[in-house]
Ligand binder design. Structure first.
Ligand SMILES: [Zn+2]
Length: 355
């Protein structure tokens, strides 16, 4: 939700939602919502920027209640039939999706979805096709940068150095820069370079033990392994791919980008024994997804690919826009986006993305 002004968020949306105006709007196609998991009640929010893309458990329940009472939640398979022109959907249809496949999707999110009778399309990386649980590399990086005791400059071979300040915004911009740089490499090289970064910041080798030993931290930071992924599938949820290692695809060579996209499809299909037809682009905005990535998704055999934000076009099956719900998103804001009100405002100011 990029185009947020305090006036819209705090005055216009609540007023429109209360008045019943948003309830009368009919969106053109299904609205697609992106989650990244839920934070358990009482989760410590010392570093809001690190957790901003998740939602609290209570907020998630309120949002599901809103969906149940005012919208038509469709299954991922109904979405596919609609996208291929085989099904007409009722107005105010909504598809739920969730990226990254963190442990809390199974432990905290699934029971709530089941309570409301909803299904969801979960996009997971190639790591979830294996037996071991792992953390996302760019989240590890963020944790290390937050723990840096002093300002530091990171030097990686043949790359511009990156200065890490102490303020949250400085840390965030250093994280974006390093994530871009490291996305260009294959997984093996990236792991080695991350080790170099860890040492330069002064983080101890066993830093991960507190994350793997705490149930709460594990469910927040560790991705599902294949046994856990099967439980989501057995509960009636649909699994989609989110590349092998979650790089910013636009920063990689075409060969590497294709491998990231295609291998995640084949690995997950092998692990789960079902076709994987949907892809969510990592970091999926216009800066990280170009026409090249859309074409690669099609070439790899996907039937549809999703952005992470409301960029793209609902008419383009390989750049489906999604409504990104985050920790700060209010209920009225969710209503304004799902009803199509926000989109109609936004389309007046930005050109559509074309394939
Ligand atoms: Zn992701």
């Amino acid at each position: 939700m990029r185009l947020i002004s305090p006036l819209l968020k705090h005055v216009v949306y609540p007023g429109l939602s209360r008045s019943g105006y948003l309830r009368r709007l009919t969106n053109a196609g299904p609205a697609v919502v992106t989650y990244h998991g839920v934070l358990p009640r009482g989760f410590p929010l010392h570093d809001p920027l690190l957790h901003d893309h998740l939602v609290s458990t209570d907020a998630f329940i309120r949002q599901m209640r809103l969906l149940k009472s005012r919208y038509n939640v469709i299954s991922p398979e109904q979405f596919l039939l609609w996208a291929e022109g085989h099904l007409k959907l009722p107005s105010r249809s909504v598809l739920l999706t969730c990226d990254d496949g963190l442990g809390n999707t199974l432990s905290d999110m699934l029971p709530i979805l089941q309570h409301f009778g909803f299904t969801c399309l979960f996009f997971v990386t190639g790591a979830s096709a294996g037996g071991a649980s792992a953390m996302l590399w760019f989240e590890q990086l963020y944790i290390w940068l937050l723990r840096a005791k002093n300002e530091v400059s990171i030097h990686l071979p043949s790359l511009p150095s990156v200065r890490v300040g102490c303020r949250p915004k400085q840390i965030h911009s250093a994280w974006v820069e390093l994530t871009k740089q490291l996305s260009a490499f294959d997984t093996g090289s990236r792991v080695q370079m991350l080790e170099d970064v860890r040492i330069q910041i002064g983080i101890s080798k066993d830093w991960q033990s507190e994350y793997s030993q705490s149930r709460t931290l594990r469910s927040r930071f560790f991705m599902l392994n294949v046994q856990e992924l099967r439980k989501l599938q057995e509960a009636g949820m649909t699994i989609g791919a989110h590349t092998m290692s979650h790089p910013m695809l636009s920063q990689t060579s075409e060969e590497l980008a294709f491998k990231e996209i295609a291998d995640s499809k084949s690995r997950l299909e092998l692990a789960l024994g079902l076709p994987i037809w949907a892809l969510a682009f990592p970091f999926g905005n216009r800066g990280t997804v170009t026409i090249r990535e859309q074409a690669l998704a099609k070439r790899a055999g996907f039937k549809s690919a999703f952005m992470s934000v409301e960029e793209g076009s609902s008419k383009n099956k390989f750049a489906v826009p999604r409504i990104h719900v985050s920790l700060k998103t209010t209920l009225a804001e969710v209503d304004a986006h799902l009803s199509g009100f926000y989109r109609s405002l936004r389309d007046k100011f930005t050109a559509p993305m074309t394939a």
